[in-house]
Design a protein around this ligand. Structure first.
Ligand SMILES: C[S@@+](CC[C@H](N)C(=O)[O-])C[C@H]1O[C@@H](n2cnc3c(N)ncnc32)[C@H](O)[C@@H]1O
Length: 311
């Protein structure tokens, strides 16, 4: 059975597409959003391949050698952007085209090999327009190639944007994007595991992370302490959140196994929930988007704000 997702973005993400501004409409990627649920044989093959990947995968996040991997990866993107200079050269290399993916806790086959990327772009346009439009300063931590910052600059050219990452090739790339398109974006070095407490974020600002808290291998206390010490108004995360998977669902269970094997962060949401109990923050939204790669669901949305005077 073929479903049409684009016509039903509201149901998929439970976010009103009316939020997308005029500029955002122009940024909606063209893509084929039809898909079908796998038959039994295909599903068995997919599950066996995922189990093999979980057994053989040897990347562990947070290991010292991973810093070098990120540095080299973003250097390649920097060189490609220098040569080609188009936004597509900023699509991160970890976002591999694949027609098999997870959607609504099932494995599906999509006609568009870039379905995951395209769906993610549409969701971000809704999210950014709904939650970020009122802030003058936006900081993305762990910003990688800077593609989110480019989208933000296209949506809100009047805002002042910062992209922080712990490898220099990322901040060089962000600064190159800024100078090429003449956008108000600044790239800078920043290690979320050892935040420079002297680096002050501006009032009336929002902090964004996309697949970056996941990289901290559960060592999230330093960045939380840093964020709570700053005069920020809002934090928006798009991250894989282990605690929201359902252990009784096989598609989710495989993601949980993969998440633990890779060493992605666990325990971040419980820490936020504890801070909320202590009256230090208010969690405004916790939302699974229920789509992702074969291995994980990388885009759970958590939005919180510090409660001023409570820290
Ligand atoms: C999965 S990528 C996500 C990049 C980008 N946010 C995106 O949406 O494409 C993770 C990013 O986190 C960065 N990173 C990993 N550990 C970090 C740390 N301790 N401090 C700051 N950035 C870090 C990596 O260099 C990489 O750019």
């Amino acid at each position: 059975m073929i479903y049409n997702v684009l016509g039903d973005v509201k149901d998929l993400f439970n976010i009103d597409v009316d939020n997308i501004s005029f500029k955002g409409i122009d940024l909606i990627p063209e893509g084929d959003f039809s898909y079908r649920i796998l038959d039994d044989k295909e599903r068995d093959e997919v599950i066996v391949n995922i189990l093999k990947k979980i057994e053989s995968d040897n990347k562990i996040v947070g290991m010292p050698e991973r810093t070098d991997t990120w540095s080299k990866g973003w250097l390649e993107s920097l060189e490609e952007f220098r040569k080609i200079g188009t936004p597509t050269s900023l699509i991160p290399r970890y976002m591999k085209p694949n027609q098999f993916m997870r959607l609504n806790r099932q494995f599906v086959y999509t006609n568009d090999p870039h379905f995951e990327w395209h769906a993610y772009q549409i969701f971000k346009l809704c999210l950014f327009t709904k939650y970020l439009k009122d802030f003058k300063y936006i900081y993305e931590l762990g910003c990688g190639t800077g593609h989110n910052l480019l989208t933000l600059a296209q949506l809100f050219p009047e805002k002042i944007l910062y992209g922080f990452d712990f490898v220099k090739s990322s901040s060089d790339l962000v600064n190159l994007i800024a100078s090429k398109f003449n956008y108000n974006i600044t790239g800078d070095l920043f290690d979320m595991l050892q935040p420079d407490m002297s680096k002050s974020l501006k009032p009336n600002s929002v902090v964004l992370t996309c697949g970056a808290i996941e990289q901290l291998a559960s060592n999230t206390t330093p960045i939380l302490e840093y964020l709570l010490s700053q005069p920020i108004e809002l934090c928006v995360h798009l991250e894989p959140i282990y605690e929201l998977y359902e252990e009784t669902n096989l598609v989710d269970y495989l993601a949980m196994k993969f998440h633990i094997k890779r060493g992605y962060t666990v325990g971040y949401l419980p820490k936020l929930q504890e801070l909320e109990k202590q009256g230090k923050i208010d969690i405004l939204e916790i939302k699974r988007l229920s789509f992702g790669s074969l291995y994980m669901e990388g885009y759970t949305c958590i939005i919180w704000k510090p409660l001023k005077g409570q820290l």
